[in-house]
Design a protein. Structure first.
Length: 254
């Protein structure tokens, strides 16, 4: 089992293979949306130098393709029974996520909508409607009631965007993350974030006194996360752990 309360510079599917069966109490993750940030930088360059900070910020972003089947199968193995999963995604990814999560054994509950106060950057320049919301897919393994204290939550979550997004192009607001974590976990639960990005998810988990394991493939963002969360890199321990698992013939099937 990986040491908890740390983030690892590792592909999340390989990383999940190092997590024990039925050990995770909540998934809160923000995978790549398949939007192409290299193309976004080109468009920002056309607008002018005023956007240079955004271009510099996005240079470490890795728009990796997602192996939905392998991801969902590993996730189902590591999740405890009667737990929740939240996956931020683009509109065109909804079908793939639902299909593969259900095939792996999860129950699809609903699409939550994060309603923003600001539209996203439109790279088509007028060939589609500007987006002022994002989707959060809500799944369960088994059945688990939300931690409702008072008014029942609705599927429309209204939270302002981070004005600066200074750490990462796809940062989510802390208050939105706090809301989801509090509704679906309790203190000391172990929460998984497979695409840690800016580290906001991990910071929110840490602030609410939950334990966490995070993965981030980009070396630049990974090093930023270590600084933000005051973590120590675990690369040596992780390397030994991977070597140990590689010696097992059934490592890829675990």
């Amino acid at each position: 089992m990986l040491p908890i309360n740390n983030c690892y510079n590792l592909d999340c599917i390989q990383g999940m293979k190092l997590i024990d069966n039925k050990s995770i109490g909540l998934l809160l993750t923000d995978p790549p949306y398949d939007v192409g940030y290299d193309k976004k930088s080109e468009e920002l360059n056309k607008i002018g130098k005023g956007r240079q900070k955004q271009i510099n910020r996005d240079k470490d972003y890795i728009e990796s393709s997602i192996n939905y089947k392998d991801f969902c199968q590993q996730l189902f193995r590591v999740m405890k029974v009667n737990t929740h999963c939240y996956i931020f995604c683009s509109s065109k990814q909804i079908k793939d996520w639902i299909l593969n999560m259900e095939n792996s054994g999860f129950k699809f509950i609903q699409v939550l909508i994060w309603q923003k106060n600001k539209s996203t950057f439109d790279m088509t320049r007028g060939y589609k409607y500007s987006e002022i919301k994002e989707q959060i897919l809500f799944f369960m393994k088994g059945w688990k009631r939300l931690n409702i204290n008072g008014k029942y939550p609705t599927s429309i979550l209204k939270f302002n965007v981070n004005i600066s997004n200074k750490f990462h192009p796809t940062e989510k607001p802390m208050n939105l993350l706090y809301r989801l974590i509090q509704l679906s976990s309790k203190e000391e639960d172990l929460v998984l974030e497979t695409f840690a990005g800016s580290g906001n998810h991990l910071l929110a988990i840490q602030n609410l006194k939950r334990n966490f394991i995070g993965f981030e493939l980009s070396k630049g963002f990974y090093e930023q996360i270590l600084v933000r969360l005051k973590l120590q890199p675990k690369q040596l321990e992780l390397t030994k752990e991977i070597q140990k698992y590689h010696q097992k013939e059934d490592w890829l099937k675990s």
